[in-house]
Design a protein around this ligand. Sequence first.
Ligand SMILES: [Zn+2]
Length: 109
Amino acid sequence: MAISEMTWHEVFDACQGRCQYCGADLVSSLLAYRCAEVDHLLPPSNPDRDKPENLVLACRPCNGSLSRAHGLGLFTVAQRKAYLEGTNAGFEARRIQHFKAIYGRTPVE
Ligand SMILES: [Zn+2]
């Protein structure tokens, strides 16, 4: 089931407009805001899946890379972040590329 508009904004505010995986600031521009998605930590079979505490803000590239995460048993932000960083060799390169596309410069660490 899709989450309500109100829940979407609740999650967005709770995460302060930042992707919980790569840290992208999704309020910095309209383009960045359009990349904002809500990620479900729990699989579709879990009845608590749509509760705000089980939802986090993610940018489209991160969320799109997590399609197999439920099947792999990754149900927390920490597990999913480690999966994105550890098992995808191109993640950092894609993160920088994505950052450049949004901000027009490389990230300052
Ligand atoms: Zn991200």
